[in-house]
Design a protein around this ligand. Structure first.
Ligand code: HEC
Length: 127
């Protein structure tokens, strides 16, 4: 279920963090969010998508638990991109024979936020 409050809190945090920053003419980088903010958005995206049909955060259902995924892959940019690609394109053969469906409608940015959330589930502190 979507937690409306946490969405509202993020929107507020986002607006506050934008405040005072003048947008430059070129297509500049969006406001830098911290890893925990990105992971919080990623969690909301995962909750809103179909992921929970096959993934539980700590128990294997059809797909591996997202905690097991976090334990398998180190938290770094390379793995965030790798898992975002798997989320968008689907995949199979890493955890077993059951394939994961593709999510072609997800943007790269959203898939990366989901990957950051998943990779943050190993319980270790992220910078
Ligand atoms: C139809 C069931 C299903 C759905 C829906 C699903 N997954 Fe998966 N997912 C799987 C299976 C099965 C695997 C293991 C695939 C493999 O062995 O390579 C997997 C693997 C993964 C992996 C690990 C990939 C790897 O290469 O190690 C991640 C991350 C992941 N899923 C995230 C998500 C996210 C985020 C969503 C929602 C957008 C999602 N999944 C939706 C079934 C699903």
């Amino acid at each position: 279920m979507i937690n409306k409050l946490s969405v509202a809190a993020l929107v507020v945090a986002f607006i506050v963090s934008c405040g005072g920053k003048q947008a430059t003419s070129e297509q500049d980088e969006p406001v830098q969010l911290s890893t925990s903010q990105l992971a919080a958005i990623g969690k909301i995206l995962v909750d809103e998508s179909d992921c929970k049909t096959c993934h539980h955060s700590t128990n294997k259902i059809i797909g591996p638990s997202h905690t097991d995924v976090a334990k398998k892959y180190e938290f770094n940019d390379e793995n965030i991109k790798l898992l975002a690609k798997r989320i968008i394109e689907g995949g199979s053969g890493v955890w077993g024979e059951i394939p994961m469906n593709a999510h072609p409608d997800l943007s790269q940015e959203d898939a990366e936020k989901m990957a950051i959330y998943v990779l943050s589930l190993d319980g270790e502190e992220k910078k």
